[in-house]
Design a protein. Structure first.
Length: 209
């Protein structure tokens, strides 16, 4: 079953904590896609591009609830789950998000296709009418675009999309600052299209009179 990628965004500015260096990213709109595994390619790109020693580190779902004074709560959405709990700061909400494999695939494909379209014509390949270079295996396109560049845009889109939907449906008043607890390297290592993807973040709640 295909999942549509909604163009929902709160204009968040997620700051992904990089344990080697602080790395700020401004989250754009929404899209998703990662290029390693494409069912249509001739070879099994999933196995070809999948990183060796891929480790799965289950996230710690400690998040803050804007409604409850204590304890952990969980919100089930169509294709992701958000766990929340209180922190020591009254204006902070810490969330743990687990995204379904279907959604990671949908977002990866969306982002990847847009990046390929923006990169046309692809250097080194024969062009057709209109200047495009079609029928290039996706694993090759991934290498041309740069795996890290693709994954970075996909992960940003996954975070922006899920957090924006959570905030909207829970009717929360938040600032645009969003702190992601993991480093980009950790998130990139964990992310694989068609597989569940988890991240932890802290949302700044706006004070109400």
């Amino acid at each position: 079953m295909e999942i549509a990628v909604k163009s929902l965004s709160l204009g968040l500015n997620p700051r992904i904590v990089n344990r080697r260096q602080h790395f700020d990213v401004s989250t754009p709109r929404i899209s998703s896609k990662r290029a390693c595994f494409l069912p249509q390619t001739r070879c099994d790109t999933r196995n070809f591009l999948k990183r060796k020693n891929h480790k799965y580190c289950p996230p710690i779902f400690v998040v803050l609830s804007a409604v409850e004074d204590a304890g952990v709560s969980s919100s089930q959405f169509e294709d992701f789950v958000v766990s929340t709990t209180r922190t020591n700061e009254a204006t902070e909400l810490k969330i743990g998000v687990e995204v379904s494999g279907a959604k990671t695939r949908a977002i990866f494909d969306d982002v990847f296709d847009k990046m390929v379209a923006a990169a046309q014509p692809i250097p080194g390949f024969r062009r057709v009418k209109g200047g495009k270079t079609p029928n290039i295996p996706r694993d090759i396109l991934l290498e041309v675009l740069g795996p890290t560049n693709v994954y970075k845009e996909v992960i940003k889109k996954v975070i922006d999309t899920t957090v924006a939907e959570f905030v909207e449906k829970e009717d929360l008043k938040v600032s645009k600052d969003l702190r992601v607890e993991q480093s980009f390297e950790d998130l990139e290592e964990l992310f694989e299209p068609d597989e569940k993807f988890s991240f932890d973040a802290v949302i700044k709640l706006q004070e109400t009179d």
